[in-house]
Each structure stands twice: as C-alpha cells, then as structure tokens.
Design a protein around this ligand. Structure first.
Ligand code: ASP
Length: 329
C-alpha cells in the first residue's frame, strides 16, 4: 500500500520532472542564442544581398553575443538557397536573407516552387530597401536613358543583359523593362550580381538592371555607365543620376528590398529577439552610414516589424504575379 505522503512525493517528482522537461524549451527561447547563427544568402558573395547581410548581421552579433555565419547557397535565381532556408530547423539558428526575388517574384516564375514565401517562413524584419539602377558597360554606345531605350529597341536581339538567375531581382526588374520596351535581349544568368557586375565591368555583357548597393562603388570608380535610378526621387548616394521619370521613362519604377526570414515554427520569443537586434543594427550610426552610402533606403521603425514584412511579401507576390509570366519549365 503506497502512503499518501509517498504518492505526493512521487507525483511531486514527476511534476517536477515534467516541468523540468517543459522548462528547457522555454528556457531555450529565453537564453537564445547560445551558439553560432547561420544566415543563408541565396546568391554569390559580393552581391547586394551578401553585402547587406554582412553589414546588418555584423552588428546583430554584437547585440546577441553570438557569431553570425554567412552561408552563400547559390542557384536557380536564389530559390535553391531560399528552399534550404525554408527546410531548416525552426530553432533560430538558421536564417535566410531573402528579397523581392526569392520571396515574391519567384512565385509567379516557378509554378512548382518548393516553398511558399508566406507560409514556409516567418518574417523577422526588413533589412534594407534597394532601388534599382539601369547600368551599361563602360563603352556602351547610348549616352543617356533616351538613347539607351532607342538603342535597346533597335538592337535588343543582339544585346546581352546580365542577371542573377530566373527569380532574382535583376531578372525580374529586367523582365519588367523588357515588357515595357517590347524587347527580348539575350539574358545571361550568373550566381549573383556580384559576378554579373564583374562581367559588366569587363565588358562581357552589355547592360544590367541591378540593386543600387552593388553599383555605387563601380559608378563612382567610373568603370560602368549609369543611366537612371528607378525611384520617384533621386538617390542621395548618386545625386547626379536622374530618375527614370526625369530621363523620359516614368513608367519604369522598381525598388527591391532585402529582409531576414526564419523557418515557419520558429518560437515567437526567438523571432522577437532577432527582430529587436535587427532594428538596433538599423539604428546604429556605423551601419546606417554604410547602408546609406551604398544607396540603401533604411526602413523606418514601423516598416521593420515582422507583421510589416509579412504584409509586404503578400503585396509583392501579388504585384509581381501581374508582371511576370512563368518560365517555361
Ligand atoms: N540579390 C542578388 C544578389 O545579391 C541579385 C539579384 O537578385 O539580382 O546577387
């Protein structure tokens, strides 16, 4: 016959054990992070997504006290890396730096996309807005955007335009330009616009539309031509570069963005910690200086919440679904 006292002791122990089993999960979230954090960048090193990831996570690791490791997982316009990120453990130790391509334009381009940006990820927060600039190789004949448009219309089937693969920002922004101008240039894919920029500087490709953060150093070095920035206002990092509207192509308006995501199921407490560290990075003077001198648009506090990013992904999937047609699989 077991005494009531002993029963209580046994129950007490099992409750304690159960609570102990339960507490580590909560404690894990509260103590998070306790080891290195991997950030998948779905493009080659040196491109805009890689540069932005290294700038913001470089500060986040100071706040969170753990090293952020960038892993460049390239291919298929960024969808290979994004798919890897979607399948990662939902413990906050594998994040994805996605963008307008991987988490919006890829949806209409790949009918069999292996992940759903809206449901297979939880949004952490926006890292940077990245206006699109229209670029040419140094000896490209057009002197301004009007001549650029006329030259493309007359010669596009003989011209090579670089991009970072079907689904990337540069591909999608180029498709928008192609549809507006009624042209079909030869698209030359790269594993990111870091390598694509090398080809443009080397003259192996004729032109590219790319995120401003990748182009500012080359424009300032005079190694490529810039025709316009595709936003309503001029960009402070390129004050002498006209907007597409000023230069005669007002309909061409494109601003990309780069943002941090975690796999669905990541604990809210972990997402909140990562979001707070990201927002703190975006308020740091050194981080802001580096992002702004590359032409980034720094998200305002209200634009940095996970909810704001979730809404943006939904709206951008709708927007790009109207613009882009599926690639022939
Ligand atoms: N964001 C890509 C990169 O960093 C380029 C792109 O999407 O066009 O290379």
């Amino acid at each position: 016959m077991i005494s009531f006292k002993r029963l209580l002791a046994t129950c007490g122990l099992s409750v304690l054990a159960a609570t102990a089993a339960f507490v580590p999960a909560k404690a894990q979230d509260a103590n998070y992070p306790t080891r290195n954090i991997t950030v998948i960048v779905p493009f080659a090193a040196g491109g805009p997504t890689d540069v932005i990831a290294r700038i913001v996570t470089g500060h986040m690791q100071q706040t969170l006290g753990q090293t952020f490791i960038i892993e460049n997982v390239v291919g298929a316009g960024g969808t290979t890396g994004a798919a890897r990120g979607a399948r990662a453990d939902a413990d906050g130790y594998t994040l994805t730096m996605g963008h307008m391509g991987t988490h919006a334009a890829s949806v209409p381009l790949y009918p069999k996309l292996s992940y759903n940006p809206a449901t297979d990820f939880v949004p952490i927060g926006m890292a940077a807005g990245t206006p699109i600039v229209i670029l040419g190789k140094k000896d490209f004949p057009p002197k301004d955007l009007k001549e650029f448009v006329a030259y493309l219309k007359a010669n596009s089937d003989k011209l090579n335009s670089a991009h970072a693969g079907v689904g990337s920002v540069s591909y999608s922004a180029n498709e928008l330009l192609n549809s507006q101008l009624g042209i079909k240039p030869v698209g030359v894919p790269f594993n990111g616009t870091g390598p694509a920029m090398n080809a443009l500087v080397g003259g192996q490709v004729d032109y590219m539309v790319d995120q401003i953060v990748n182009a500012v150093p080359q424009i300032n070095a005079g190694t490529i031509k810039v025709y316009a920035v595709a936003t309503p206002e001029r960009n402070p990092s390129l004050p002498n570069v006209p907007t597409t509207a000023e230069a005669g192509l007002p309909e061409y308006q494109v601003q990309a963005w780069n943002a941090l995501f975690a796999p669905k199921g990541t604990p809210p407490a972990v997402v909140a910690k990562l979001n707070a560290a990201l927002s703190k990075a975006l308020d740091d003077e050194g981080v802001r200086k580096r992002l702004l001198e590359l032409g980034s648009v720094i998200p305002k506090p209200a634009e940095r919440t996970p909810e704001a990013l979730g809404t943006l992904v939904k709206n951008e999937v709708e927007r790009w679904t109207k613009v882009l047609k599926p690639v022939s699989n």
